[in-house]
Each structure stands twice: as C-alpha cells, then as structure tokens.
Design a protein around this ligand. Structure first.
Ligand SMILES: [Zn+2]
Length: 310
C-alpha cells in the first residue's frame, strides 16, 4: 500500500482491451461493468451522512447509465479488478443531467478532487485521478494541430486520438515535475514562494525541461532557486498529480554547504531546519508558526522521509 495520495491505483489498466471494439461493446453492457460519473472535473461521490469521513465513489450500473451513453458524453475504459469492469463517463457540460443525478440518487454529490482526496480511501483517490486526467486531455485535444479545423477521431476507449487527414496520432500527456528537499548534515532547507499562504514553507520544485535527466533537473533547480551545489540526488517516490496531469518526482538533494542565496523572483524566504524544528512544526508548535503542506502533498512525505532517516 502506498502512502502517496493518488499513488495506489488498484486497476489493471488492460491497455490491450482498449481498442478491442467487440470486447468493449459487450463489456460496456455487462452486469460486471461499473460507471463513475464526472461533471466539470468533479467525480460523483456517495457521502455518508452518519460518517462524513467515509465518502465513496458512486459507482452506477449499465442500466443506470444506459440513457446517458446515448447523449454527447465522453466514456473512457479505466480497467479491470478481477471480473469487474470499470468505466468513467464525463457529462461534458450536460448541466441538466448533473442536477438530475444529484437529486435522484441518495446522498450523491459532485465534489472536486482536492476536497475529496484527503477523505476518500487512497485507492479510490487514485482511480478518480486517472479518470480526471484522461477526461481533461480528451476535452483539450479536440482538433488536429496541423490540419486547421479537423476534428480528431477518438480511439482506444479515450486513450488515443487520430487525425484522419494527416494521420497524426495524439496520446494523453504527462508533465514531469521534480520536487526536492535540499539537505546538508543535520538540516534540511525549506523555501516559500510569495503565492503560498502566510507562514507555509515547502520543498523546492520545478518542471523537468526537454533534454534533462531527473538528476540534472534537480541539480539545476537547486542551483537556480537557492544557489547551492547538489552532490547527491536521491530519488524517493513519485506521485501522479491530476491538476491536470503532472507527475511529481520526489527526491532528496544532498548539498555541499549551508551558505545559500535564494532567488528572490522564485523564493521569498528560505530556512534551514533540523529534526527538532520539524517535530515542532508537525505538532503545530514551531516558534515562528511555520507550517508545511498537508499529507496529500508529496513535499510533506519527502520531509517525513528525511526526518525518519536522520
Ligand atoms: Zn491532421
């Protein structure tokens, strides 16, 4: 089991079945199929009035969603768990349908993923993240970028598109981001950007650039943001981040000095902290009232990881 939010997807993606039109037609109508519904990037969630901390994905059957499939919705195949077949449907701006579903089903509500992720179990959060990223790609990649105005054909159950004029193929994109915690001896370095809420500090981060390895991106970002030389890049774990579709690559960056200088355009303030400081932060008792991102953020997990190694 992964401690990383969105990192514990239980589905067998069964990518070979995506393009099997006959299999998909039967599977869609089978009594083993289950459908998650999305509206404006929000999944339909079954809330429990008796226990607010126990929300679930509101899975519907083929009979429940049959009428929706005849409308202008986007349907994607998510994968399998044993004999069960999982799909997701995006209502694609059909406002009436979203209201009807919320009012006709008991305790059903479309809830945005940032709000629901900390409360829902980690496997469900990962499945929602998968669907959300694929839907956002489907809704943004509509036309061929070479042939003006030519609409792309949807293939592979929503995982591929193709221009039938120039044959160009399109696939869902993932944008890699390196996120790293610099450390030296018994201290680690946290920084804050001016867009952060007051007193929040976090690990450093930046997009991986074309031509870079993960290691060279970490070394470059640490140099650019706090002017420190990284001697050792230690990869720890990664996290799909479905806003809309990044991959956060979490690393520790061992640097050669405490003498740093933050780039004021990127980092408003930075601070070296030892394990005692971090312990105080985790219990909300740091003297400067510093706090860090919540557990669903990979930065939080990186800080914990470093603390446990020291
Ligand atoms: Zn084209």
């Amino acid at each position: 089991m992964s401690k990383i939010t969105f990192g514990d997807n239980p589905l067998d993606h069964s990518s070979k079945l995506r393009g099997d039109i006959k299999w998909q037609k039967n599977a869609l109508q089978s009594d083993k199929s289950k459908f998650m519904i999305f509206y404006e990037d929000r999944p339909l969630i079954k809330t429990d009035p008796a226990n607010r901390d126990n929300p679930k994905i509101y899975w519907l059957s083929y009979q429940d969603v049959k009428y929706l499939l005849d409308q202008k919705v986007i349907t994607i195949f998510l994968g399998l768990i044993g004999e069960n077949i999982y799909y997701a449907i995006d209502l694609n701006e059909q406002n009436n349908e979203s209201e009807k579903l919320e009012s006709s089903l008991s305790n059903a509500k479309f809830i945005d993923l940032r709000s629901i992720a900390p409360m829902i179990n980690n496997k469900s959060a990962a499945v929602i993240a998968q669907a959300k990223s694929i839907f956002e790609w489907n809704k943004s990649a509509i036309y061929c970028t070479k042939c003006k105005g030519v609409e792309l054909e949807v293939l592979e159950s929503g995982y591929k598109k193709k221009c039938n004029q120039c044959e160009k193929e399109y696939f869902p994109r993932v944008d890699p981001v390196v996120i790293m915690l610099p450390f030296h001896k018994n201290k680690c370095l946290l920084g804050r950007q001016n867009i952060f809420p007051p007193n929040m500090y976090s690990a450093l981060a930046g997009f991986l650039e074309p031509g870079e390895t993960i290691e060279s991106a970490v070394i470059r970002e640490v140099k650019e943001e706090v002017n420190l030389n990284t001697e050792n890049v230690i990869y720890k774990f990664s996290q799909p981040w479905p806003f809309p579709s990044q991959l956060m690559i979490g690393c520790l960056a061992e640097v050669d000095s405490f003498e740093h200088e933050a780039d004021e355009d990127e980092i408003e303030d930075s601070i070296w902290l030892d394990k005692e400081d971090l312990t105080a932060i985790f219990v909300g008792k740091h003297q400067k009232r510093i706090w860090i991102p919540p557990p669903m953020a990979i930065a939080h997990q990186l800080i914990l990881e470093w603390m446990h190694k020291n």
